[in-house]
Design a protein around this ligand. Structure first.
Ligand SMILES: Cc1ncc(COP(=O)(O)O)c(C=O)c1O
Length: 373
């Protein structure tokens, strides 16, 4: 009644969770295959997370970025271990904020070089967030309608169509921004050949490769970053969603050359990287490293079993089943049977389960889906 009506919500009220299960206000149990849209990587009630929240909240919850912050330093070091290239990290609170920071750092890189290369090529069906920079980078009209004029400086190419990228190249182009698997756009995977050519183009033109790993990152596809499945060398990588396992935190990781262009006062955040969020994220990252093998193995099994039902897309534990117009109807029937998923893109039933999912749960889900589809 008092909350602004911006969401189409499913008719269920969850009141608690345990492991991979959610429980509603009537005590009914559900298998959760969406994890709060790819956030709750360790499921619900993970003892490590609750212990850290208890301990850190008693010690120090928030201090702002006016002071030294060793918690950020530890987490940044851990993320850079995966990124390499003497990277550096800026912390914020969400995916859209991480992308805003990335867009600013990209522009600053070129500004520092005295070049007006502020334009970024992004891709149709991509999704980067709802604030103006990220929204302008998001090449989907349905999110723009009513909010024009958008921020200048974005050119939209066709995903997996390298010629369309080349056609958009201008002397002002400074970078290319993409998702390795478009999550909100319908679990669309970038093709190896396409990514190879994008990297080649970035190398030859000096463009910055900006990979949005907000949904694919922190192990979701079986590697810490989805771009690690390919031979890519991004200058900017963004994370959020799963990074805090349910505690809001975002991160923008930049290469050495981009880091060198960013100066004190260029960007900031009151909450970004507070001690609580960083402590939890450090734990989530280390648990994720242990669970990545399960993501890959169970993900492959899940994908194989889903393909008994129709066309499947995605990798690791980021999977989609193409259902078209029936998607919402199937979603509701699954909910009645105690299974939570979500519809994305053009009628794609999306699964982003927690990394603790087992083969038995997959079998339970498939048996139920077979009865519906
Ligand atoms: C790839 C990608 N980038 C950015 C975002 C925006 O993240 P947030 O909702 O945390 O702002 C999302 C959210 O779905 C996403 O999937």
């Amino acid at each position: 009644m008092f909350v602004l009506d911006t969401y189409k919500r499913l008719p269920v009220t969850f009141v608690r969770g345990e492991g991979i299960y959610l429980y509603d206000d009537k005590g009914k149990r559900y298998v959760d295959l969406i994890s709060g849209i790819g956030v709750n990587l360790l499921g619900y009630g993970d003892k490590g997370i609750t212990e850290i929240i208890k301990r850190q909240s008693e010690k120090l919850l928030h201090i702002s970025n006016l002071f030294e912050n060793p918690w950020q330093e530890r987490l940044a070091e851990r993320l850079v271990r995966h990124f390499g290239d003497e990277g550096k990290v800026f912390f914020c609170n969400s995916g859209t904020e991480a992308n805003e920071a990335g867009i600013k750092f990209l522009r600053k890189y070129w500004h520092k070089r005295g070049e007006k290369r502020y334009r970024i090529i992004t891709f149709n069906q991509g999704f980067h967030g709802r604030t103006y920079g990220s929204l302008s980078a998001t090449a989907q009209e349905k999110f723009h309608k009513g909010f024009e004029p958008l921020l200048d400086g974005f050119d939209y190419a066709e995903f997996n169509n390298f010629e369309s990228v080349k056609k958009l190249l201008k002397k002002e182009t400074g970078g290319i921004m993409l998702e390795i698997i478009q999550g909100e756009g319908g679990i669309n995977e970038a093709e190896r050949e396409f990514l190879f050519k994008i990297q080649e183009l970035c190398n030859s033109e000096g463009l910055l490769l900006f990979i949005d790993e907000v949904q694919t990152g922190v192990g979701r596809t079986g590697k810490f970053f989805a771009y690690k499945h390919f031979d890519l060398k991004p200058d900017i990588v963004t994370l959020a969603k799963g990074l805090g396992g349910g505690v809001p935190i975002g991160a923008t990781i930049v290469s050495k050359r981009v880091a060198e262009a960013v100066e004190r006062g260029d960007h900031g955040s009151t909450f970004g990287g507070n001690p609580l969020a960083c402590e939890v994220a450090l734990y989530v990252v280390s648990r994720t490293e242990e669970l990545m093998e399960n993501v890959e193995r169970t993900g492959e099994y899940f994908k194989r079993r889903l393909s008994e039902l129709g066309r499947v897309k995605g990798r690791g534990l980021m999977l989609g089943l193409e259902l078209g117009e029936r998607c919402y109807e199937v979603l509701i029937k699954l909910l009645e049977r105690g299974i939570v998923a979500n519809c994305t893109g053009n009628g794609v039933l999306r699964f982003l389960p927690p990394y603790i999912i087992s083969v038995d749960i997959v079998d339970f889900v498939i048996e139920n889906m077979k009865k519906i589809i």
